[in-house]
Design a protein around this ligand. Structure first.
Ligand SMILES: *[C@@H]1O[C@H](CO)[C@@H](O)[C@H](O)[C@H]1NC(C)=O
Ligand SMILES: *[C@@H]1O[C@H](CO)[C@@H](O)[C@H](O)[C@H]1NC(C)=O
Ligand SMILES: *[C@@H]1O[C@H](CO)[C@@H](O)[C@H](O)[C@H]1NC(C)=O
Length: 443
């Protein structure tokens, strides 16, 4: 048997085979040899093409999906690797801070309402200990309930009660806007950056803009000490009674609204926002002057009539069907920032007792609004994305009339935007920006 010399000259063939065609076995051997020789090449090529594929996109980038239903793009990417059921449950439990006792109760009683532990007696468990849930079905949220949701209001210092106080003799001192800023207790830098930038307009409590940070209890003792110092120095922090966690957004918001109805009822507008936002306060005040929120609009901002719950088990905003079975959320305005009035705040506070707890404040507010038959209003200039701030003209745009609120900035970025104010650094907006709001952001 001979390897058939495919690539050799006709002369060589004639010499070896005497001009006869090769036998079948000759061809078989030839084929095998070619395969063996080609194998390393194939492997190398394969490896080369595998490694030169574009790198997997940054799955952790949360720029687009600040909220449930916004995570479409990330969901698609993350769907590549389905997690195991244990991962799903563990992940969800961790994010929602579901603790041992609740889980145990869920298993034993198959309880109706685990997300809402507030109406029941406080379990005296060690905080942070997590027991395994067996299935997500163990965590259920009823669609309706009566007198089941309570938000414990903390004892306030005199300064916090007085944040909104106005001097009655002076007609001009009206609180046009009070800003409630949800913040994590550990985010000292974020709060500082806000105070040094757009919150300066509030001139502590002397202007028509007032503000208050809403934080929970930090996980570590030293942080609480640091926070006490900050509270004394700035007198702008309302601390709730429970430990800060991802699933406490609603609690912070409701405590903030309660504070408004108790101590800031005379404010014209309320803005609920977070500690990484850029708020163009002068432009916002202008907008509010031109068209204040009116009934039946309870809340304004970047609102959508029909967001879908995030069903990706790996997403930060994952909501299993056991907690919310419906296909759509009621209309709501996205959490980076929404406007309301003290009147709405009061109505929502009353209604909230009968609205089962939900971990995301904006969605929860949507549930309450639906119950009191109020609507949401899209405010142009509110964005649910991080708008660009790289170039000077980007920054000028953030300071211009068309941008009211956008989010996702680091303290350094906020300072950098702020530094462009005044001194003629930004060309004046020549044409009025009416009708040309920021691009509607991705959904
Ligand atoms: C509602 O619940 C709270 C706290 O559990 C209780 O103090 C209050 O009396 C209840 N109200 C009604 C009307 O049942
Ligand atoms: C502002 O707050 C300080 C202390 O918190 C208080 O003494 C002062 O009276 C307040 N000013 C107004 C105008 O309410
Ligand atoms: C304040 O308001 C009252 C009633 O609205 C008005 O009579 C009075 O002239 C105002 N004072 C000033 C200084 O504007």
């Amino acid at each position: 048997m001979t390897v058939y010399p495919l690539f050799h000259s006709a002369g060589f063939r004639r010499r070896t085979y005497g001009g006869r065609p090769p036998s079948l076995s000759d061809l078989a051997v030839t084929f095998t040899v070619i395969c063996v020789l080609a194998l390393p090449g194939y492997l190398w090529l394969n490896k080369f093409f595998m490694t030169s594929k574009p790198a997997a996109p940054d799955v952790d980038s949360e720029a687009y999906d600040h909220l449930p239903g916004m995570a479409g793009e990330r969901r698609a990417r993350e769907a590549i690797k389905p997690p195991s059921p244990e991962e799903v449950i563990g992940n969800f439990q961790r994010r929602m801070g579901i603790r041992s006792e609740q889980a145990a109760r869920a298993r034993n009683l198959n309880t109706k309402n685990n997300m809402n532990q507030r109406g029941r007696q406080k379990p005296r468990n060690k905080p942070g200990r997590i027991l395994k849930l067996n299935t997500l079905e163990e965590v259920k949220r009823p669609m309706k309930c009566t007198n089941c949701t309570h938000f414990p209001f903390p004892k306030l210092s005199k300064e916090i009660k007085n944040v909104c106080r106005v001097n009655e003799r002076d007609n001009s001192s009206v609180v046009e806007l009070v800003v409630l800023i949800a913040s994590q207790p550990e985010n000292f830098q974020g709060r500082l950056a806000l105070r040094q930038t757009w919150l300066q307009i509030s001139k502590r409590n002397k202007s028509k803009v007032r503000y208050l940070f809403l934080v929970g209890k930090p996980a570590k003792g030293p942080d609480q000490k640091k926070l006490e110092v900050e509270k004394k120095k700035h007198r702008d922090i309302l601390q709730t009674t429970s430990q800060d966690a991802f699933n406490k957004q609603t609690e912070k918001m409701m405590i903030g609204l309660k504070w408004v109805t108790r101590h800031c009822r005379h404010a014209r507008h309320v803005l609920k926002t977070e500690d990484d936002v850029w708020v163009n306060v002068p432009a916002l005040l202008n907008w509010l002057k031109a068209q204040p929120l009116r009934q039946p609009f309870g809340v304004g901002g970047f609102c959508a009539p029909s967001n879908t719950p995030d069903r990706n088990p790996l997403s930060k905003y994952f909501i299993p069907k056991s907690i919310y079975p419906q296909e759509f959320y009621p209309p709501f305005c996205n959490a980076p920032g929404y406007l309301l009035t003290p009147h709405t705040a009061r109505q929502v506070e009353r209604m909230s007792k009968d609205v089962p707890y939900f971990p995301f404040d904006d969605v929860y507010l949507g549930f309450c609004l639906q119950a009191i038959r109020m609507q949401v209003q899209r405010v142009p200039g509110f964005s649910n994305d991080k708008m660009a701030m790289k170039t000077d003209s980007d920054k000028c745009r953030l300071l211009g009339k068309s941008v009211l609120l956008t989010h996702g900035y680091t303290p350094t970025e906020l300072r950098s935007i702020w530094s462009m104010r005044g001194g003629g650094k930004c060309p004046r907006n020549k044409r009025p920006s009416a009708g040309k709001g920021p691009p509607a952001s991705g959904r």
